[in-house]
Design a binder for this molecule. Structure first.
Ligand code: ATP
Ligand code: MG
Length: 465
């Protein structure tokens, strides 16, 4: 794995290097070029002046040339050479006159063209220029001027050194900043990775301490949200497993106790034995109901997409009523229905039955002797409503938030005695949400509870009716 720090520093170093190389090369070469240009115009101009002054002489003789040069006052040149048309040196302030010159530029200029040359060493700018001298159209010789500029060379050299020094300082500071920045960044990333590992190890209570407002902080906050949700889910899962085991354990223990009693008692009369067997049957029935409800819940949890079909809530309510009538009669509870036609929702018939049945069953079960239940199905502009109101014992306000949780019962003893597992309303809740609906619970005036369920009203294209 390549560390981000190495990548970051490498990247910054590369960018920096390019920048510094350009910084070192560009100003130097352009100022050098400028000086070359200046030299060229100065020295070629001067050589032309010398050539035109010499062209006035009858003959290029050493003395006459010296005189002209003296008059022209050519200070600042390191060497001045004048030759005749055959290359014989007439005047040379850096050597002897008389022989044929060996300076190639003079020989070239005797061929008829001017030659300029310039180069820079760390010590000096050397520039030279050779031009032919004409008198009345015919060449009579050549002039060669050579200059060594140490001052400018020193300036350029100092400039180069200053640039180098500045570059080194910029480079060092930038790398230092990159190092500090990447260390801080890396420390925060490591902290995040460490937290992820801690949470992955099962410590869902762990939270990352975040500060600032950049993307890493945002990442840290998102991580904390995720962990909080994980913690919540894990807590629910643990509670569910322990509640479910408890719910299953209780009837199993009763069955065990009852069957042990039958086995151990040698002289149990037939009547008692039948009573015990009937009790075993009840407990087994309770177990069966609980496991069936757990299966329903896990099916709703599974998120398996069932193809929705048009379900008439009136018909579902009539079916649920048929099943509940005996229980209502037993408790002397009157069920009044107000069912509008055409209240169709796009859902699953079994789920709708669970919803209506559980709500109505609760309304009867948690009612008072001689109480009543009012079931209403009606349609509004964009929704279908199911209202189940009862005149029963009611649900205390502080419990209303919890009654949709799995295994939650307001009055544990009473609910368990009536065979309730505390799963009915969770199934209702999950089924309502699965079909895009909402559920709310409130107090029924003057007494009891009221559950209001809404579903989105399907269009006639959806239902095909
Ligand atoms: N209409 C109601 N009036 C008063 N209390 C209610 C009503 N409906 C539900 N409750 C309370 O809410 C709790 C949860 O209801 P839920 O239907 O989930 O479970 P249950 O009826 O106990 O068991 P199950 O429905 O699984 O047989 C009940 O135990 C009861 O205390
Ligand atoms: Mg119930």
């Amino acid at each position: 794995m390549h560390s981000i720090r190495i990548q970051l520093i490498g990247f910054i170093a590369a960018v920096l290097l390019i920048f510094l190389v350009i910084l070192n090369i560009y100003p130097l070469t352009s100022s050098r070029d400028l000086i070359f240009e200046e030299k060229r115009s100065a020295i070629t101009g001067q050589a032309a002046v010398v050539a035109s002054s010499l062209s006035g002489l009858d003959r290029l003789g050493t003395d006459s040339v010296r005189e002209v040069l003296h008059l022209l006052d050519l200070g600042g040149y390191s060497r001045t050479v004048v030759t005749g048309e055959d290359g014989t040196v007439v005047y040379d302030d850096g050597g002897a006159a008389g022989g044929v010159t060996d300076i190639p530029d003079i020989l070239s200029s005797l061929g008829g063209k001017s030659v300029f040359r310039s180069h820079f060493t760390s010590e000096a700018f050397s520039s030279s220029c050779a031009v032919p001298v004409y008198r009345r159209g015919s060449m009579i010789g050549a002039v060669y001027l050579c200059e060594q500029d140490y001052e400018r060379a020193d300036l350029i050299y100092d400039f180069q050194k200053s640039l180098m020094r500045i570059s080194l300082i910029i480079g060092a500071v930038a790398l230092l900043f990159a190092g500090v920045f990447s260390t801080v960044l890396l420390r925060r990333m490591r902290e995040l990775v460490r937290s992820i590992r801690i949470v992955a190890g099962g410590d869902y209570a762990h939270r990352l301490v975040t500060s600032g407002s950049d993307e890493i902080t945002e990442l840290g906050e998102e991580f904390n949200h995720l962990t909080a949700r994980l913690e919540d889910t894990e807590k629910q899962r643990r509670r569910f497993v322990s509640d479910a085991s408890h719910e299953l354990k209780t009837p199993l223990a009763s069955i065990r106790l009852l069957s042990d009693s039958i086995v151990q008692s040698g002289s149990m009369d037939g009547e008692t034995m039948r009573e015990f067997a009937a009790d075993i049957g009840h407990e087994a029935e309770r177990l069966q109901r609980t496991t069936e409800k757990l299966l329903d819940l896990s099916r709703l949890d599974d998120d398996v997409q069932v193809i929705p079909e048009p379900v008439d809530l009136k018909q579902v309510t009539v079916d649920a009523l048929a099943v509940l009538n005996p229980l209502a009669a037993e408790k002397d509870v009157k069920i009044r229905c107000e069912l509008a036609d055409g209240c169709v929702v796009m859902a699953n018939t079994d789920d709708m039955f669970h919803i209506v049945f559980n709500l109505m069953e609760n309304a009867v079960k948690y009612n008072v002797l001689g109480g009543s239940v009012q079931v209403k199905v009606n349609a509004e502009e964009d929704k279908i409503l199911l209202t189940v109101a009862d005149t029963g014992i009611g649900i205390p306000e502080e419990d209303r938030l919890n009654i949709f949780a799995r295994f939650y019962r307001v009055d544990k003893a009473r609910s368990r005695a009536s065979g309730g597992s505390g799963l009915g309303l969770s199934i209702v809740h999950d089924a309502v949400l699965a079909h895009g609906g909402t559920i709310a619970v409130g107090q029924n005036k003057p007494q009891g509870s009221v559950f209001v369920v809404t579903f989105p009203r399907p269009t006639s294209e959806e239902t095909g009716i």
